[in-house]
Design a protein around this ligand. Structure first.
Ligand code: SIN
Length: 534
């Protein structure tokens, strides 16, 4: 199983969501690009995104307003200059996507602009409620046609290659496992971009696909990169109830069109919690639903879209109608049962504005990165924008370095084979972890409960370490079992990072609400939670 292939690459990309694909297209203008992805190329969080991309395109809108909205929602932790960079490049990002073949929805011949929570103006560009798939399809076609981009599907990144130079450690590519034939692939790269997406699949109920296991964050941290702000996990207020392992998302754009949340008594309760009512930022809406469910003992809230015309729902929200229809619900005439579910991790691998991480040779973009634009809470539909804008910055930075450097051919050890771990033990560990994160690191947390989570997690990790040391001696030869075990190791690592950040932040800010420290404490905590590797 461990016979290894080897390729050299100037530029390596790990992940095929919007950040990885737009980066690859830009980097291919000046270098050959190798792109590895753990599943098939269409498996990415982007492909499941119903919501759109925020950009200042309306006549009544301004960059200053979009910046102000982002910073207000970010609860004091956004980096103003980076937010300004993000917003100023919004219209250009939309134009680039159109040039790559993405077709956005129009109204009267112009791009249709929707509203979402926390925005003071309509500025969300959509492709009906299929924006993610529309973007993925167009970008994958462009990547597939590009002669300088080679895509390796079903290649699970196991660990980063780290070499030693006179100036210290450097990322020099990746060790990946071909899950179809069990062969290892060593990619020796001059520059590596992590675009591995998020980690919301660490939680029992999530809107994310099962692949969102935080692999990039875990690998980067283990290789010496700084990680930040992992406590800020966004729970999307409206996932279809009952929430399966991957809950079906009911896009916030529906509330932007006028849908309202109701409790079991039929009351449109959001007005009691925030003057912006159903279009308050996501942290406020998710906590309000949580409070209503505790107060009433109900299992779910209700989203009422019946005031939106049937024609408008059919034209703009075919995915929502289809998903609800599969559960026997017709949003044109019925209320939709909803609950919050884990959706997006604002923290990640710390980057400079040009995508550099603290580990030379390693760049990060998209959800796995912490670029400083989301602060303590991401403004709706700013994430696709962030991916396009900052992956371009990373490509620009690499372009200015690439000619002088060569892939480092130093020997790095191949990762251990974990395929011998019993699949039952792997699944039990994952299930226990997901329950723990949901119960103790959810929408409303308490410091004492997070401390209990830290002890429980330490026990889980101890048990896992014993399984790993046994497995390395007794491989059973199944590459997908090896990949799943590596994912599980990554999930445990990322969970520990979330718990450490959440334990440190003894206040409530943005997405981190600690009922034992319910107020914001700017004296001590007006700063990022920074995790330096051991
Ligand atoms: C949504 O459509 O509600 C999700 C979009 C986002 O997470 O920004």
């Amino acid at each position: 199983m461990t016979s290894a292939g080897r390729i050299d690459a100037k530029v390596l990309v790990i992940g095929t969501g919007i950040a990885g694909l737009t980066f690859a297209l830009r980097a291919a203008e000046f270098a050959d690009v190798v792109l590895v992805t753990k599943k098939s190329r269409v498996d990415s969080n982007t492909n499941y995104a119903q919501g759109g991309i925020a950009a200042v395109l309306g006549e009544s809108d301004s960059f200053a307003d979009h910046v102000a909205d982002t910073i207000r929602v970010g609860a004091g932790l956004c980096y103003q200059q980076r937010v300004a960079e993000l917003v100023a490049n919004g219209p250009g990002a939309v134009t680039d996507l159109i040039e790559w073949g993405v077709r956005f929805s129009k109204s009267d011949g112009r791009l249709a602009l929707g509203m979402e929570g926390g925005h003071s103006r309509p500025r969300i560009v959509h492709s009906q409620d299929l924006t993610g798939p529309a973007i993925e399809t167009a970008l994958l076609e462009a990547v597939g046609l590009h002669p300088r981009i080679a895509v390796y599907e079903h290649h699970m990144a196991l660990s980063l290659r780290v070499t030693q130079t006179d100036n210290g450690s450097r990322c020099a590519g990746v060790w990946a496992l071909d899950e179809e034939n069990g062969q290892l692939l060593e990619v020796r790269a001059t520059s590596t971009l992590l675009a591995t997406g998020g980690a919301a699949a660490l939680f029992q109920h999530t809107t994310n696909p099962a692949i969102a296991t935080g692999d990039g964050v875990a690998m980067a941290y283990q290789s010496g990169a700084i990680v930040a702000n992992m406590e800020f996990v966004q729970f999307h207020p409206t996932a279809l109830y009952p929430a399966e392992e991957r809950a079906f998302l009911i896009t916030e754009a529906l509330r932007g069109e006028g849908a309202v949340l109701r409790n079991a008594g039929g009351e449109a309760f959001m007005k009691r919690y925030d003057p912006r009512a159903d279009l308050a930022p996501r942290d406020v809406v998710a906590r309000a639903i949580h409070a209503e469910l505790i107060a009433t003992g109900e299992t779910n809230a209700w989203l009422d879209a019946t005031a939106i015309s049937a024609h408008r729902l059919e034209e703009t929200f075919p995915t929502v109608l289809g998903g609800c229809g599969r559960s026997g619900i017709d949003p044109r005439v019925e209320l939709i049962p909803v609950v919050p579910a884990a959706h997006y991790v604002c923290g990640g691998v710390w980057t400079e504005i040009d995508g550099r991480t603290t580990l030379p040779g390693l760049f990060a973009a998209g959800e796995c990165a912490c670029t400083g634009v989301h602060g303590a809470n991401r403004l709706a539909s700013n994430s696709l924008l962030e991916a396009v804008v900052f992956s371009e910055r990373a490509a620009g930075r690499i372009a200015s370095d690439v000619d002088e450097s060569k892939p480092d051919d130093a020997h790095t050890p191949a990762p251990s084979d974990l395929s011998g771990i019993e699949s039952e033990a792997v699944e039990e560990t994952r299930a226990a972890l997901k329950r723990l994160m949901w119960e103790r690191l959810g929408i409303v947390r308490a410091h004492s409960s997070i401390a209990a989570a830290a002890s429980q997690l330490a026990e889980l990790r101890k048990g896992w370490a014993e399984l790993v040391s046994g497995a390395a001696r007794e491989p059973d030869g199944d590459p997908t079992a090896w990949g799943r075990a590596v994912e599980t190791s990554n999930m445990l690592e990322v969970a520990a990072l979330i718990v450490r950040c959440a334990l440190w932040r003894r206040e409530s800010r943005g997405l981190h609400f600690d009922s034992e420290h319910p107020h914001r404490d700017n004296e001590v905590f007006l700063r990022d939670s920074i995790l330096s590797p051991p």
